[in-house]
Design a protein around this ligand. Structure first.
Ligand code: ADP
Ligand code: MG
Length: 729
């Protein structure tokens, strides 16, 4: 009997809930306790050091060495008072994961003594080996220096493990020659560009008191949970994050009985546990629920300043992975761990907020008269319209390819949903219709006795749109669940900054020609609205009609990553990034190379894994079952029984042979195509072969393997089945 799968099942079924205790029943008692936040800084820093950090955060001022030493010393005292022994720069290289290298505070001194030390120099910068991280050729190994540099706008925090605590200092990661090698450096630049543009437009036309703006971001995170034993019995999940084989279970998500269902106790324990850890780190988690697919869940925090929100999301993914182990569970962040049921995304809720407390994407009661809101709303629409391909590129990855356009997540066609209310408002104001037809449909009272009046808001929802207006923010819904959101946010904020800067130039030109401010603004907004109409779509984004309609409208529908990524290095995008100081040409080319390379490596690993699994797990099980059948046929024949008694067995033997042959033939082809891919002229061409020649062969292997899974004696099957991974909780 197969041992791998049945041992996993036994382990999974014998689990008992793991209860962990939060430091207090009240979250506010321990929220932020592991963060060097304002409060901790006030207690542990001198007045001058505190003010230096405050200025750095609020006014982007540089901190000098004297103050850095003082901050480091206070930070060390705070950390040591909480039992910390080590520190690390914490950064986000282009691997997609976070990176850390721990150093002890402890330092030996002469005569066998020692002391705990942490200098301003160590706080401000470290020197990891840049060539060991993806760098797209920027750093050769012989000159491999890279620097991490402190980002004071994201507070230092303490990462707790069961046997020690580490002070983590969020940093950017750049090459010796200054090029960015991470996500954070360009993100900070893009956010800065957007903030500057917002302030410029606001203070020139609407409110002189606007001197600062911030970009807000709330990231909803979807994920799957399976038993850890199942995970380790599936080499494909371990090595690629998704199941490359597996017959669909008889029951999937057809009954819609998982979404918002009651949360299974083991899962609940896990959620409470990682939420507790997240709260200590100041991650403001607010919502938890079951998602659509069996075994799928979601959490969402309150929104925060975008740089912090991205750090927190990266930290959260790391936390969830660590905490899930305590519960004998494994969290799967891959966009599509299971074929045939929904995949996971990460909705990026994005808005612009001024220092005067105004959410610039919030329409207030009368959007018709709110020209400030209209300005930012229409500019956002125009920015997305003009850079749709680049936004598509910003969410492209080998794993997200399974989701986009797969009729369950937003399609690969970029479109914007704005809802009927905003459509009416824009049509009436910007098309000169006399009166706005504001949608009052949803304002109807709920006529159920004893139910108090509730506010029905006017914003409708469209779950099929990749970029939707949801009342007071835009929601970029096509981002992948495993992605670092910085990629999407770098692009979105850059295109918004650029758009607002263009807007300002155009409006000023009209004012100079004698138009009033409002006339000038409305004239430009009208033109933008007209120019962006093609990308506005209110219908079902999953439908075939939309795909056809999009062709008519001339919208792109780039289905695969190697092609989508080309938008990063188009003439338009290159100029955009350079004009706004986000990437130099060298940085952009390097990043493009890295992204193509990552794609190649991912598919290459999948090709090797599926071949290995099919040959060493699936075929042997099939052969063993086939032999059993053959022996059975022999026996029946030998006993002189008629052909009808073993006809079915004979047929099954033939079917099994056919599937085995399909698997072996396709595995051979995989080797041939993979080899060709590796000999292509450049990385992009290699990626194209992997995408269009190698990957389609997976489907053939899978179809044969899944057919065998359906036939072969269950006790001989080595790999945990979908029903076991999805439904055991
Ligand atoms: P839904 O959009 O599903 O109705 P919510 O309104 O609760 O749900 O918002 C979902 C996410 O959007 C949350 O993370 C929330 O913090 C975030 N969000 C709400 N308002 C803003 C805003 N002004 N800017 C950015 N994110 C926001
Ligand atoms: Mg959701």
């Amino acid at each position: 009997m197969s041992t791998l799968r049945f041992n996993a099942l036994k382990t999974a079924l014998s689990r008992t809930p793991v209860l962990t205790k939060a430091p207090s029943d009240k979250v506010s008692d321990f929220y932020n306790s592991n963060v060097f936040n304002d409060n901790a800084m006030k207690n542990f820093l001198s007045k001058e050091a505190y003010e230096a950090v405050s200025r750095a955060v609020k006014m982007s001022e540089k901190i000098d060495r004297v103050h850095a030493d003082a901050v480091a010393s206070g930070m060390k005292n705070w950390a040591m008072s909480r039992g910390v022994t080590h520190y690390t720069h914490w950064f986000q290289p282009l691997t997609g994961a976070t990176a850390e290298k721990h150093d002890a505070f402890f330092e030996p001194t002469e005569e066998g003594r020692s002391m705990e030390k942490f200098s301003g120099g160590a706080l401000v910068q470290q020197e990891p080996d840049a060539s060991s991280f993806p760098n797209g050729g920027i750093r050769n190994t012989f000159e491999a220096r890279g620097y991490t540099a402190w980002d004071p706008s994201s507070p230092a925090f303490i990462m707790e493990e069961s046997n020690g605590k580490t002070l983590c200092i969020p940093t950017i990661f750049v090459a010796y020659t200054g090029e960015a090698l991470d996500f954070k450096a360009p993100l900070l630049k893009a956010l800065h560009a957007a903030e500057k543009a917002v302030v410029s437009v606001c203070s020139s036309y609407f409110d002189k008191n606007v001197t600062k703006a911030s970009i807000s971001l709330g990231i909803e995170q979807e994920y799957f949970l399976i038993d850890e034993a199942m995970y380790y019995a599936r080499p494909d999940l371990m090595l690629t994050g998704r199941t490359l084989l597996g017959h669909a279970p008889e029951k999937g998500q057809q009954l819609d009985d998982h979404y918002f269902g009651s949360i299974p106790p083991r899962v609940h324990d896990f959620m409470v546990d990682y939420e507790t850890e997240a709260y200590k780190l100041g991650i403001p988690l607010k919502t938890r629920h079951n998602e659509v697919a069996p075994g799928q869940f979601e959490c969402a925090p309150n929104f925060e300043e975008a740089n912090l929100a991205v750090d927190h999301n990266q930290l959260l993914m790391d936390l969830m992975e660590k905490v899930s182990q305590r519960h004998g569970l494994k969290v799967l962040l891959h966009e599509k761990p299971f074929a045939g049921v929904n995949g996971s995304g990460k909705h990026n809720n994005w808005s612009l907020i001024t220092n005067t407390g105004i959410n610039l994407l919030s329409p207030t009661k009368n959007p018709e008269t709110n020209i400030q809101f209209l300005t930012f709303f229409v500019n956002a629409v125009k920015a997305v319209n003009d850079n749709a391909d680049l936004l598509r590129a910003s969410i492209a990855s080998a794993s997200n390819d399974h989701r986009l356009g797969a009729n369950e997540a937003p399609p690969a066609i970029m479109s914007i949903f704005i809802g009927s209310q905003m459509t009416n408002v824009l049509d009436s104001i910007l098309n000169d219709k006399s009166s706005a037809k504001v949608n009052t449909k949803s304002k109807q009272a709920i006529n159920v006795i004893k139910i108090p009046d509730i506010l029905l808001d006017n914003t409708d929802r469209n779950r099929t749109s990749p970029f939707a207006f949801t009342g007071n923010k835009f929601e970029f819904r096509a981002v992948g669940s495993s992605a670092n959101c910085a990629n999407a946010m770098i692009v979105l904020n850059t295109v918004m900054a650029d758009q607002l800067n263009k807007f300002k130039v155009e409006v000023d030109a009209l004012i100079k020609k004698g138009k009033t401010k409002n006339e000038a603004i409305l004239t430009i907004l009208k033109a933008y609205y007209k120019a962006s109409k093609n990308i506005l779509f209110e219908g079902n984004g999953y439908s075939d009609e939309w795909v056809k309609e999009a062709v008519k409208r001339g919208l792109s529908n780039v289905k695969t990553t190697p092609e989508a990524l080309n938008a990063y290095v188009s003439k338009q995008s290159t100029e955009l990034f350079i004009r706004n100081n986000i990437f130099s040409k060298i940085e952009l080319d390097a990043r493009y190379e890295i992204m193509q390379e990552v794609y190649v490596k991912k598919i290459d690993i999948e090709a090797k894994t599926i071949s290995q699994l099919a040959i060493s797990h699936v075929v042997p099980a099939a052969v063993e079952y086939q032999s059993k059948l053959a022996i059975n046929v022999q026996a029946l024949k030998g006993a002189g029984l008629s052909k009808t008694t073993y006809e079915t067995q004979l047929k099954t033997i033939e079917v099994i042979s056919k599937h085995i042959k399909t698997i072996c033939d396709n595995v051979d082809k995989l080797l041939v195509e993979t080899d060709k891919a590796h000999h292509a002229a450049d990385t992009h061409k290699t990626a194209l072969i992997f995408c269009h020649k190698v990957k389609p062969l997976f489907d053939n292997v899978r179809a044969a393997s899944d057919a065998l899974e359906f036939i072969v004696d269950d006790t001989l099957w080595q790999l945990p089945k979908y029903r076991e991974m999805l439904f055991i909780k």
